[in-house]
Design a binder for this molecule. Sequence first.
Ligand SMILES: Nc1nc2c(ncn2[C@@H]2O[C@H](COP(=O)(O)OP(=O)(O)OP(=O)(O)O)[C@@H](O)[C@H]2O)c(=O)[nH]1
Ligand SMILES: [Mg+2]
Length: 448
Amino acid sequence: MNNIDTIVSIATPMGTGAISVIRCSGDNTANIINTFFKKKLSSRQAYYVNFKKENIVIDDVVAIYYAAPKSYTGEDMLEIMCHGGPVMYQLIINEILQIDNCRLAKPGEFSERAFLNNKMSLLEAESLCALINAKTEAAALAARESMSGKMTKDLLDVDNAILKTRIQVEALLDFSDEDIETEGIQSISKLIHESKKEISKILEKLKNNRLLFETSKVAVIGKPNTGKSSLINYLTEDEVSIVNKKAGTTRDVVSKIFSLDGVPVTIFDTAGIRDTNDLIEKEGRERALKQAASANIVVYLYNVSDGIDQEDIEILSNIRKANENILVAANKIDLIEKEVLEKIKANNKEDLFISIKENINMNMMRNKILEYLKSAIKNSSSGLYNIKNIEHLNQAYQEIDGIQINLNELELIAEKLKMAQKNISMVLDNNDDERVLSGIFSNFCIGK
Ligand SMILES: Nc1nc2c(ncn2[C@@H]2O[C@H](COP(=O)(O)OP(=O)(O)OP(=O)(O)O)[C@@H](O)[C@H]2O)c(=O)[nH]1
Ligand SMILES: [Mg+2]
């Protein structure tokens, strides 16, 4: 691919810092080097040089030239490390922009050129985008792993295994020897089983990654004094909300972003819901219900000593109209006798029984929230992480899962395997215009 423009941009955050890095990429890189350094730079070597405008030194910098195609973009590239601060890099960029066909780069344009020059796959570009935008350590590490090409390799391995199975099925279609048939069927059955296992492993990873790259919303709802604020403080390990024995302590929605075992979550504390004439409390109640509707999941708390009463049932059915994903938990189990608790548990098998104060079953609570989130965000759309990959892989899994291994069904098996392969190739497809145009590169920062 031949781009006429040479693009220029700052690659480090704008503002004050020790150094700033400026990046250029394109055919005119050599011209930039000649004009401002007045010397030839060998590829991939750091030079301490003066950046000069005519004979005036603008800054002393470290410059590295990367000759095409051995560069990030695959084009001629130059990286200039100048003194930091908000002014110097702008002076240098302004000078470079005077060179013919040089212009400022758009966000992600260096990576887009790398992709167009086959320096990275679409899957790797998507992972890179996720890495730049990662909000937790776990998200960054997961993105890093799939960027390294491991996901691509795993997919190629499964694709190969399915191809091998298809060849065996086709061969069997051409033979009618009984011994060969029995052996062949066994081998096909084994191969199919393995492919299914591998696809489901990759699928699980994609789903987990998806959770890492979203910021999921959890709304905590319940009647006053049930421990909502205590739960928020416990999960976030912070004093986000005021906790008090007086009912009606929280009056407005309070939110906090935190990492729930690596998953970025925004949790919303809300006002306790009860029938009231107090105007502020009424408004708080409205806001709580609105929050429940817009969250990915709702955690509904009740006090185990009071049980679920008519009021809880009404609130729950109100929430359910807008949000089906409700995790119901009974709090304060430390306050009741064991035998009584067992009886209540037997009548409310779906609920989770916890004590926030005494830290009972709180690990289970965290896991349940993650489990609910995973299924709740399954169908929501994501700007960062491509849901289409999950859909294609799911389809590949369904095709293989639907296979009945039977000698009379060989043609159908061959067809299903072909469809599975087709779906895997869609994830690996580097020419998927829809994905390229979905704006992954514009989600990148300037200079990447
Ligand atoms: N014994 C016991 N007390 C708890 C537990 N969880 C919370 N509490 C207490 O219950 C009281 C109310 O807790 P909050 O977290 O303020 O309850 P809330 O649901 O936010 O209340 P509002 O904001 O008024 O709606 C406080 O005194 C907490 O210390 C628990 O597991 N066991
Ligand atoms: Mg509260």
